[in-house]
Ligand binder design. Structure first.
Ligand code: DGL
Length: 272
């Protein structure tokens, strides 16, 4: 095997910060023979409050970075970037790019019995109506109820998860949805699976939460099965490299906690 062989190339994953680790964790467990490069653009977080043009520009730079690291497929593990990408991207990067919106939408459609789907997301994702557009195309009979949750990301990045203040914020965002007929709720930001249990408590047991990570892993599996992505057959030790555009004092501790039981190989500060 030489380094130009697709087999030894890593899977590239990026997000604005820690949230995409929820996707990385699922992928690393589902594909133990694969190596991963994760880019967290913490210096420019949050993406969710920025304009679509800015997010698209950041997404392009992140993709370029992962291409230089020889990624064989790129997972956009960020809903805000996926929405911007679905709206704006015209470029062909010559490799598969998987977003999180389409897989999560399909999973929600398969799950809902009431044809009413809730979406929690950042301002950018909700304002761009990415889920409305994708679900509207796949299954126009479904009604979408969306709530922008701008406070979730900063609190999660701070590690304030099991905290009374987080519980108050969850109540504030979820209550309007409980007056609708939703039975399925999309966690439309990759940070939100990190507070999934707390959201579930407030939403109640009759609402199914949709995390995009397993659906993204299914898409990747399919791409490997049809040879759009060449799988790595054997790997004695899975290599997971994290690149972060700004390392704050808490990042390593919080990243370790979020990825558990998956462990990363190293973490490097980088500039784009
Ligand atoms: N994790 C990102 C997402 O899925 C967003 C966090 C941010 O606002 O940067 O939308």
């Amino acid at each position: 095997m030489n380094s130009s062989n697709n087999n030894v190339k890593p899977i590239g994953v990026f997000d604005s910060g820690l949230g995409g680790l929820s996707v990385l964790k699922e992928l690393a467990q589902r594909f133990p023979n694969e190596n991963f490069i994760y880019l967290g653009d913490t210096a420019r977080l949050p993406y969710g409050s920025k304009s679509v043009d800015t997010i698209q520009k950041y997404a392009e730079q992140n993709i370029e970075f992962l291409l230089k690291k020889e990624a064989k497929v790129i997972v956009v593990a960020c809903n805000s970037a996926s929405s911007a990408f679905l709206t704006k991207n015209k470029k062909d990067y010559g490799l598969p790019i998987i977003n999180v919106i389409e897989p999560a939408s399909q999973s929600a459609i398969n799950t809902s019995q009431t044809n009413n789907i809730g979406v929690l997301g950042t301002r950018a994702t909700i304002q761009q109506k990415a889920y409305n557009r994708v679900i509207g195309l796949l299954a126009p009979q479904y009604k979408i109820h969306s709530v922008a949750c701008p406070l979730f990301v900063p609190f999660i990045e701070e590690g304030l998860i099991d905290d009374p203040i987080m519980n108050l914020i969850i109540h504030r965002y979820i209550y309007p949805l409980l007056k609708t007929n939703i039975d399925t709720l999309i966690l439309g930001c990759t940070h939100y699976p990190l507070i999934k249990d707390y959201i579930q408590k407030v939403a109640g047991k009759y609402i199914q939460l949709i995390d995009s990570a397993p659906a993204v892993a299914d898409i990747l599996q399919h791409k490997m099965a049809v040879k759009a992505v060449t799988p790595n057959i054997k790997n004695n030790k899975q290599n997971i490299e994290l690149f972060i555009t700004d390392i704050n004092s808490r990042f390593e501790e919080v990243a370790t906690r979020f990825l558990k039981p998956v462990t990363y190989s190293n973490i490097t500060a980088t500039q784009l």
